[in-house]
Design a protein around this ligand. Structure first.
Ligand SMILES: Nc1ncnc2c1ncn2[C@@H]1O[C@H](COP(=O)(O)OP(=O)(O)O)[C@@H](O)[C@H]1O
Ligand SMILES: Nc1ccn([C@H]2C[C@H](O)[C@@H](COP(=O)(O)OP(=O)(O)O)O2)c(=O)n1
Length: 224
């Protein structure tokens, strides 16, 4: 297998970003954080006064921002209309509004197209992480992983990142966002039938990375 495409999906705080970046770096692959793209379009909507709960308004504006993702796992970047968006897309406001924007079918169609182009252009292959990569964006991926973890573990990891934030409030917000992402009509968060499920609750990050690297190696050996 010359180049390899790995899809990593799962709810928030299961370790998708950390695992995907490390696996891509170890194997010399590109890396794409699709959540960052949905956050970027959400940030643009907020900055341009579009009501994120007005699906028609969001759909009409969806084609306006130019979103560019840098796919080096050692230094992933994201810009919107040329401006660095890495900081502003992580605010509480964007986090609370991203599920509404990413549920709009026109938004998903545009971002999905962008993701497929990036994956196709990745010379040595790519690790793409998100919610619908194995089911919708790249259904022919060489390897599909679905990460899970208990809500308690996920909330503890997230509140560890956002210093001083209450674990209980973080857990409630995570559960609410997962429910919205899993119940939307257009390509909801879901495990693909042929994905390998890895429960990371009791695993260290290094163990999860090792597990995914081993699965990629097995696929490559089988394809020889
Ligand atoms: N297996 C793990 N054990 C402990 N902490 C982890 C594990 N995987 C990820 N983390 C930590 O949890 C936080 C959220 O991980 P992240 O990769 O951003 O998750 P996701 O992309 O699924 O939301 C990060 O601070 C990361 O270092
Ligand atoms: N492939 C994807 C990736 C993310 N999304 C949406 C749904 C998620 O709540 C948001 C943000 O995703 P992101 O991976 O940044 O979220 P967390 O790192 O888990 O906080 O984007 C999506 O609809 N489809």
């Amino acid at each position: 297998m010359e180049s390899v495409i790995v899809a990593i999906d799962g709810p928030s705080g299961t370790g998708k970003s950390s695992t995907s970046k490390a696996v891509a770096a170890k194997l010399g692959l590109s890396y794409l954080d699709t959540g960052a793209q949905y956050r970027a379009i959400t940030w643009w909507m907020i900055s341009n006064g579009v009501d994120v709960h007005d699906a028609d308004a969001v759909a009409n504006a969806a084609g306006k921002p130019v979103i560019v993702s840098g796919t080096d796992p050692a230094r992933p970047t994201i810009t919107v209309d040329g401006a660095d968006a890495a900081g502003p897309i992580r605010t509480e406001e964007v986090t609370s509004k991203v599920s509404a924007v990413s549920a709009v079918p026109e938004v998903r169609a545009l971002i999905t197209e962008l993701q497929r182009t990036i994956a196709k252009d990745a010379e040595h292959g790519i690790v793409v992480e998100g919610r619908d990569i194995g089911t919708t964006v790249l259904p022919d991926a060489d390897l599909k992983i679905f990460l899970t973890a208990s809500p308690e573990a996920r909330a503890a990891r997230r509140s560890g990142e956002l210093k001083g934030v209450d674990v209980h409030a973080t857990k409630e917000a995570l559960i609410k966002r997962d429910a919205a992402d899993s119940s939307r009509k257009t390509s909801p968060l879901a495990k693909a039938g042929d994905a390998v499920e890895v429960d990371t609750t009791e695993l260290t990050l290094d163990q999860v990375i090792e597990c995914v690297v081993t699965l990629v190696d097995e696929k490559r050996t089988a394809a020889k």
